[in-house]
Design a binder for this molecule. Structure first.
Ligand code: MG
Length: 410
């Protein structure tokens, strides 16, 4: 067997702003290929990349030589043993290798991954629009800053992809400005669901004020308005809508704590953060038992990871809400056929064997070169907010009237 990993950088339509910083016009991802002894190649994907990430995947080979790719549960203990994770937190590495093993098994058995995971309950997975504040791109296009731009961008996304649920990512500008912007977005689509995510940047009291200011909207949920299970619990006492998280319930320990003393209503499952698709299916089962809501989280995927999200969305009975994806902000993909298409706000679950996506080696080469040319970028920095740190101290908000265009590489 062999394990290869390649860092790629795929351009975005425009830089995406968020509470921590900014995606500087591209996503950096690691594409993983696991080649089994029978010649089948399974695909995986992980966020970030570069020499250190590639070295980690090279090092995994010594753990997995002679390992049967069907023994996925055993692999967890080989490389991501919970007691060793104090020193080696390999949850995301495990996830990428799990994707690849499932892909190999599906190809060997001639079935899609969703069939291995229990069988699909739906053929298409619905997605939310995922609207961002954006800087203009190098061509001077794509800025989303003003209230009018927020509404126009959301309208354009619905028109193009057919979304019926709309997510606004924020935590960039002062609270009252974002409240006005979100209400303007919701007013565009009175029959659709809306959701707001400031990436846990507010205090409990700010979160309560915002939440109470949107109680009349058709909210799917309010996502991570503040940080911590205790903070979320205090917000939940005062705000009449479900709360969701992808930050404070991201493993089984935290899920147990949340079941025993509920702070969050809807758990956003991420196939990378939870350590694989199967971990998310297990977590969805726990949520079903405790009657917590479930949706699919996006950590900035290319087509391989998107396939894992689609197979997950296809097999969990309690998918209570549309999934999230950054995917439509990309200009291209590294899989054959280019970007997958949305139809009526949904994406078809791949039906080919395994994950059902194939690596386009020309694209892999092209975007690896793109990575080599531009390198990484500081995800947690915003070119117009030097020194900003989310949560504490949070007194240096971006000014919505500031229409300067920072130098953000393509
Ligand atoms: Mg979130």
């Amino acid at each position: 067997m062999d394990i290869r990993s390649t860092t790629v950088s795929v351009p975005l339509e425009a830089p995406l702003r968020h509470a921590n910083g900014c995606h500087w016009g591209r996503f950096v991802r690691t594409i993983v290929e696991v080649e089994a002894d029978n010649g089948l190649i399974g695909l995986g994907e992980m966020g970030g990349g570069g020499e250190s990430a590639e070295a980690v995947f090279r090092a995994m080979k010594q753990y997995l030589l002679g390992h049967d790719p069907a023994r996925i549960e055993e692999m967890r203990f080989r490389i991501a043993n919970p007691t060793a994770s104090l020193y080696n937190n390999r949850t995301q590495v495990l996830a990428a290798l799990e994707f690849a093993c499932l892909d190999i098994l599906g190809q060997a058995w001639g079935v899609p991954v969703s069939e291995i995971l229990g069988g699909r309950l739906r053929d298409r997975v619905p997605f939310a629009s995922y609207c961002f504040f954006r800087y203009a791109n190098a061509a001077g296009e794509g800025e989303v800053r003003t209230i009018e731009q927020v509404a126009a961008n959301a309208r354009a996304l619905k028109k193009k992809h057919g979304f019926t649920s709309h997510k606004m990512k924020a935590g960039v500008f002062p609270l009252d400005y974002e409240l006005e912007a979100f209400r303007a977005l919701a007013a565009e689509f009175p029959g659709d669901g809306v959701r707001f995510d400031p990436n846990a940047v507010w205090s409990v009291e700010e979160a309560i004020r915002f939440g109470q200011g949107i109680e009349d909207l058709r909210n799917d949920y309010l996502e991570d308005p503040t940080y911590g299970l205790n903070g979320m619990r205090r917000v939940r006492e005062k705000v009449r809508m479900p709360l969701a998280t992808n930050t404070v319930v991201v493993n089984f320990e935290q899920l147990a704590a949340n079941a025993l003393d509920t702070a969050v209503d809807v758990i956003l499952l991420d196939t990378t953060f939870w350590g694989g698709i199967r971990a998310c299916v297990k977590a969805a089962g726990v949520c079903e038992t405790f009657q917590l809501g479930v949706a699919v989280h996006s950590s900035g995927e290319l087509g391989i990871q998107l396939a894992t999200m689609l197979h997950l969305g296809a097999v969990i009975p309690n998918l209570s809400f549309a999934a999230d994806a950054h995917y439509h902000h990309l200009t291209d993909d590294i899989i054959d056929g280019g970007l997958m298409r949305y139809e009526d706000g949904m994406i078809r679950v791949p039906t080919g064997p395994g994950l059902g996506v194939k690596l386009n080696r020309d694209k892999l080469r092209e975007y690896h070169e793109h990575y080599r040319r531009l390198g990484g970028y500081p995800y947690d920095q915003d070119p117009l907010r030097p020194g900003w740190a989310p949560i504490i101290p949070n007194d240096r908000w971006a000014d919505p009237r500031d229409d300067r265009r920072p130098r953000v590489p393509d």
